[in-house]
Design a protein around this ligand. Structure first.
Ligand code: ADP
Ligand code: ZN
Length: 517
């Protein structure tokens, strides 16, 4: 990419590409349809800004956040690039200036708020302006099921068709479903060139802990990081308030943030967090998109996040500046129940709910992992890696036992029921439980029926979760979350490999709610 390197230095001031950027820049510049999945902070903007300069005509950039758009436009203008934005925050004069620059054929990048696409005049005007590329930032906003859904994003597909130019979509959301939805809505189901890279954030230390006096666990974690900016994510609004008070009582500079607060109060917290050093924000996930403080030194989860993607996004807010950052995620049986009921009581259709359960399961697998957490996390996103040496499990490997027999029994139950059932029913089979479903399906006559009475239900649940963590089984969203065996499990089933399981999660599961702790 020799043509790009002088621009990379002269316009953007970078010495080289970050991992993954060059291939994306080349594909976009060549006019291919591209879907690039890059983590937040990975350097997405360059991947459409540089091609915009290398290509003839105007590049339209659709972006959901006005503040970020204005930021980028300012940055480009300072670097001598002709760029403008059309947003609802513009004055009529600003709009006129943008249209004039475009009419004169000077503009290289036009940032566009999605709402603009709803007004009838926009598309014809863009057609006359000589648009040669559409870039879509935060492309997951087309997903109706994500909490960032922006209805106007659904108009981008029609824009692409009207202009008949290549489209490059960017998102940090890596799960397969959202990807499929982006391909459907933005590319009319024609598979774009897809790139996935750079999910590793090596400066972030990863750790999970089973809940055991969780309030104290958070206070201890924050206490060891006094004076540093941090976020504590909680599962409920109420808890953000009580925990924030608990932190304040210990002398921390802490406040809370949730969706039930008045917009002005929320904005006040956002502003304080951006400006002050060492503020702790105790928040629900409402504190999210748009938080781009670079020096957040830690993120703690007082409750288990709702999915592995949410976990990744939330811990990813720490250490954007590349400096050391620490995370701690607490989990317990109550979280699993809370998250499951949030999914079940949500408005999503059944197939969506099954997929959400599967994403939660993937996170549970990570929580109860045996080997390197980073390796498992990156593997979920499709990246292969070596053990990281910078997570709690690399530092302190857990106590394990030979779980081969238990796993074989579980796999056998899965296969004998043709991979059509979830853990609950499989556990009924293994423990020889008599239910209507068992009798209706004739599963009481399976050879596997009742072969697993050495463990109780909770212990089997721990076995299944760990099997997911090892990627021996995967919930299939197309089968309502039924567990299916992966190729990784075959050697174990055939007796060619053994498998270790964590002892702690199993014995914890066996302890029925200790009376006092
Ligand atoms: P995001 O993927 O979140 O949109 P940005 O495009 O804002 O990320 O980039 C994140 C940061 O990385 C920015 O500060 C940007 O200047 C920097 N950056 C991007 N590409 C490079 C590069 N090739 N070399 C050095 N810094 C880069
Ligand atoms: Zn590790």
């Amino acid at each position: 990419m020799s043509a790009a390197s002088p621009l990379l230095r002269d316009v953007f001031g970078f010495d080289g590409f970050r991992p993954g950027q060059q291939a994306i820049v080349e594909a976009v510049t060549a006019g291919q349809n591209v879907l690039a999945i890059m983590p937040t902070g990975g350097g997405k903007s360059l991947c459409f800004q540089l091609p915009a300069l290398l290509r003839e005509g105007v590049t339209v950039v659709v972006s959901p956040l006005i503040a970020l758009m204005r930021d980028q436009v300012r940055g480009l203008q300072e670097a001598g690039v002709s760029a403008g934005a059309l947003t609802s925050a513009n004055t009529p004069e600003e709009n006129d200036a943008v249209w004039a620059a475009m009419g004169a054929g000077e503009l290289k990048l036009l940032y566009l708020a999605p709402e603009r696409l709803a007004s009838g005049g926009t598309v014809p005007m863009l057609r006359r302006a000589g648009v040669s590329l559409i870039a879509v930032d935060e492309a997951h906003c087309v997903s109706q099921w994500g909490h960032d859904f922006r209805p106007d994003y659904l108009r981008i597909g029609a824009l692409r068709q009207a202009l008949n130019v290549p489209l490059a979509a960017f998102t940090a959301t890596a799960d397969a479903e959202t990807r499929a939805e982006i391909v459907e809505k933005l590319f009319d189901n024609h598979a774009p060139e897809t790139f996935l890279h750079g999910f590793d954030r090596p400066n972030i230390h990863l750790a999970f802990s089973a809940k055991n006096n969780p309030r104290q666990q958070i206070l201890t974690f924050a206490g060891a990081r006094r004076g540093q900016s941090g976020i504590v994510y909680c599962g409920t609004r109420n808890k953000t308030e009580t925990l924030s008070k608990g932190l304040a009582d210990e002398g921390h500079n802490a406040c809370f943030y949730h969706g039930g607060m008045d917009p002005d109060d929320r904005r006040a917290v956002e502003t304080r967090f951006a400006r002050e050093d060492g503020l702790i924000v105790v928040a629900t996930v409402a504190f999210g998109m748009g938080v781009d403080k670079p020096d957040i030194r830690w993120v703690a989860h007082a409750d288990l996040p709702k999915s592995i993607e949410a976990y990744y996004q939330e811990i990813g807010r720490a250490g954007r500046d590349g400096g050391p950052a620490e995370t701690l995620t607490l989990f317990g049986p109550d979280d699993i129940r809370l998250r499951r009921s949030q999914i079940d009581e949500g408005l999503a259709p059944p197939e969506r709910r099954a997929a959400d359960h599967a994403r939660l399961n993937a996170l549970l697998g990570l929580a109860e992992a045996l080997g390197c957490r980073r390796q498992l996390l990156l593997g979920y996103f499709g990246e292969t890696s070596e053990p990281c040496g910078h997570c709690d499990l690399c530092e302190t490997p857990p106590d394990v036992f030979d779980g081969t027999t238990a796993v074989r029994k579980a796999l056998s139950a899965i296969l004998r029921t043709e991979e059509w059932f979830g853990a609950g029913h499989l556990i009924d089979i293994l423990t020889g439980t008599d239910t209507d479903k068992i009798r209706q399906r004739g599963h009481d006559s399976l050879p596997t029926y009742g072969v697993g009475t050495e463990y109780d239900r909770r212990q089997w649940q721990a076995v299944f979760r760990q099997m997911m963590g090892h990627d021996l089984v995967r919930p299939d969203p197309e089968r309502h979350g039924a567990l299916r065996m992966t190729d990784t499990a075959r050697p174990i089933l055939r007796g060619e490999a053994e498998i270790s399981l964590r002892r702690d999660t199993l014995s914890r599961a066996a302890t029925r709610r200790p009376a006092a702790r």
